[in-house]
Design a protein around this ligand. Structure first.
Ligand code: NAD
Length: 298
């Protein structure tokens, strides 16, 4: 049994925290939102009243927060984790944040006598609840080994991506590819339909041909071929356009600082941005199909 403090109990963190309790760990949970704390307390976590209260006895701190500024302030701000955690405490940040913020967090942790891994996830709310997330971990080999003991209570696939920030690097490169491939998949289905193929026929052919990709076979944006995909519930998320935009902006920032060319990544961001500007930020990102088909005005 490991003593864990869990901070950030939103859509993702709530299910992840509950799974750590289910795995037999002793979990103290904190969020700014008291309702989120009450929800995990009902599942066996101890409701903590502050960051200090959550981390005072912890061996490991796990966080699932909106963005880099929240992560840096929760860990290293005026009343943050670093002022209350024991030396040598392992910090596992599962939020999706900029590679530069993650690397800054590693430096701050080192300076504070704490050990940090960046461990963003692939998989949405359903995977968080089911304990089937994929984790991409950046940090030292020994920190990864310790983190793995905790992460396996929340996920199925756990990868050591390399040193500080490499977990975030893997995450945004992967999600940029996803954002691009989804638009390409929508254009292919739309073209096939205009040329006289129905979605089922094109799916049967392309899903076993060279155009095959995850956006097609696991999340098909055309209604019909894949009953589980958001296309069959009028593109209710799933993974919203606004979340995809967040990741594409992080990719653009990382490309700027590293000098990598991402012409398609930038173009994909502009397409999702236009969708968001027209009021469709809450649509599943595969709903870009509506735009490709010309069903969105403006
Ligand atoms: P969310 O907004 O539902 O949850 C974030 C939680 O953090 C909220 O409950 C909020 O009250 C809490 N919080 C914010 N500042 C805090 C502070 N200073 N102290 C304590 N609690 C604080 O967001 P989410 O959908 O759970 O996403 C969390 C992270 O996971 C994000 O970085 C997101 O990009 C990433 N992510 C989300 C998904 C998804 O499908 N939702 C998938 C993969 C990755």
């Amino acid at each position: 049994m490991i003593r864990i403090a869990f901070i950030g109990l939103g859509n993702m963190g709530g299910g992840m925290c509950a799974n750590l309790v289910k795995s037999g760990h002793n979990v103290a949970a904190f969020d700014l939102n008291p309702e989120a704390v009450a929800a995990v307390a009902a599942k066996g976590a101890r409701a903590a009243s502050s960051i200090a209260d959550a981390v005072k006895d912890a061996d490991v701190v796990v966080s699932m927060l909106p963005a880099g500024k929240h992560v840096l302030s929760v860990y290293f701000g005026p009343d943050g984790v670093k002022h209350h955690a024991k030396r040598g405490t392992l910090l596992i940040d599962c939020s999706t944040i900029a590679v530069t913020d993650a690397r800054e967090a590693h430096i701050q942790a080192d300076l504070s006598g704490l050990i940090l891994v960046d461990a963003p996830v692939s998989g949405g709310v359903a995977a968080a609840e089911a304990g089937t997330l994929t984790f991409m971990v950046g940090g030292t080999a020994s920190a990864f080994e310790k983190a793995e003991q905790v992460l396996k209570g929340m996920g199925k696939n756990i990868f050591h991506a390399g040193g500080a920030g490499n977990g975030q690097a893997a995450k945004i490169a992967n999600n940029m590819l996803l954002g691009i491939s989804m638009i390409g998949t929508c254009e292919a289905f739309n073209l096939a339909e205009k040329l006289g193929l129905d979605a089922e026929t094109f799916f049967r052919i392309s899903s076993v041909s060279s155009g095959q990709c995850w956006s097609m076979t696991s999340y098909c944006p055309a209604p019909g071929p894949l009953p589980t995909s958001p296309a069959n519930r009028d593109y209710k998320p799933g993974f919203a356009v606004s979340m995809m935009l967040k990741d594409l902006h992080l990719a653009a920032e990382a490309a700027r600082t590293s000098g990598a060319g991402i012409r398609l990544g930038e173009h994909a961001a502009s397409i999702y941005q236009a969708l968001s500007d027209k009021g469709f930020g809450g649509l599943d990102f595969s709903g870009v199909m509506k735009d490709v088909k010309g069903e969105i005005a403006g």
